[in-house]
Ligand binder design. Structure first.
Ligand code: ADP
Ligand code: MG
Length: 329
């Protein structure tokens, strides 16, 4: 398997701010790779480093095995799709898509043909003569995608590309993007702060926090076997139990994650107070307190619910309690 993009101990510091801090990473050719993390965790800076808009303060990025510190952005086989589209309002869709080719002095007939082809890929044929203002948000996002695809990049960098869309459209575009990526076989590096989006779309996910990678793995690994409390909390909205409680439960002194859907109401289990109930549709979320520790449980619709303020007994399967190391600090 070919490595498309490699980070070799890459840092980008701005004065005191460690936007990206000693990141090691390999993205395989043809992979749908997600960078997931909260705002300010260094995701955009990573993409800008790959695109060549930023330079590492330490370390090296390789693109298809070539160190690229001396390669200018326009010579790199990558293109970026930004969240805010940045379409030219005075140009029609065709010319927006063909803009990069025009700058590269590709002839008119050829670049128009390439633009039409790219618009077909994103399911927008027939829209070439419209201005961006005559398109919906989802259609504009497709134009931005076509504009990146028209250059036939080997790697597409997508920086929160669906962030501006409403939920329904976003979910639809997630499915479309995923199938487009499969169909084209292009390597995608997809940045998002939305864990559901990352887990549902990506082949592998890197979880970022404060410029560092906390964990890289397949979605099910990240979700089922978080390696740090941060990953458990951010990715799974999982309960993170402190070492004192885990020691009493298991004999091991370590943090542990316990997914809310694994917590059951179970007579004879551990005592817990019901602090809050929130009806979410298919499930009800219980906020509980066990030995002073807040815990979330999800109760499927149809099951009997306890009253707020009451004491219940809870339990879970042994393997639901997942012990973690700590990579913080
Ligand atoms: P994300 O995309 O995950 O939200 P960014 O990569 O944009 O995060 O930013 C990471 C950190 O680096 C943030 O603390 C941000 O304020 C800082 N940062 C990014 N770009 C610059 C810059 N040009 N100058 C100073 N600080 C920056
Ligand atoms: Mg960002």
């Amino acid at each position: 398997m070919t490595t498309a993009i490699a980070f070799r101990r890459v840092s980008r510091h701005y004065g005191e701010v460690r936007a990206v801090d000693a990141v090691d990473l390999e993205v395989t050719e043809g992979e749908f790779f997600a960078m997931l993390g909260p705002s300010g965790s260094g995701k955009t800076t990573c993409l800008r480093l790959v695109a060549g808009f930023e330079r590492p303060t330490a370390g090296e990025i390789e693109i298809f095995g070539q160190p690229c510190s001396k390669v200018p952005p326009y010579r790199r086989p990558v293109n970026t799709v930004f969240q805010d589209y940045a379409l030219f309002p005075h140009l029609n869709v065709r010319d927006n898509v063909a803009y990069g080719l025009m700058i590269a002095r590709v002839g008119k007939a050829e670049r128009h043909r390439a633009a039409e082809q790219a618009l077909e890929m994103v399911a927008l044929p027939g829209y070439a003569d419209r201005k961006p203002s005559a398109l919906s948000g989802g259609q504009r996002q497709r134009v931005a995608l076509a504009r990146a695809l028209v250059n036939k990049p080997k790697v597409l960098l997508l920086d929160e590309p669906l962030g501006a869309l409403d939920l329904k459209l976003r979910e639809q575009m997630q499915v479309e993007l995923k199938s487009l990526q499969r169909q084209l076989g292009i390597t995608f590096i997809f940045v998002t702060h939305d864990q559901g989006e990352a887990l549902s779309m990506a082949d592998r996910v890197a979880v970022f926090n404060e410029g560092r990678i906390q964990q890289v793995g397949r979605p099910e690994d990240i979700y089922d076997r978080p390696e740090t409390p941060f990953v458990a909390d951010f990715v799974g909205s999982s309960n993170v139990l402190p070492p004192e409680i885990v020691e009493r439960l298991t004999g091991h002194r370590a943090h542990a994650s316990l997914r809310p859907e694994a917590v059951r109401l179970q007579p004879g289990g551990h005592d817990a107070q019901v602090v809050e109930l929130a009806f979410l549709g298919a499930v009800t979320r219980l906020t509980l307190k066990m030995e002073g520790q807040a815990l979330t449980a999800l109760v499927p619709k149809g099951q009997a619910l306890p009253e707020k303020g009451s004491t219940v007994q809870i339990g879970w399967d042994n393997d639901a309690l997942h012990l973690m190391g700590s990579r913080d600090g």
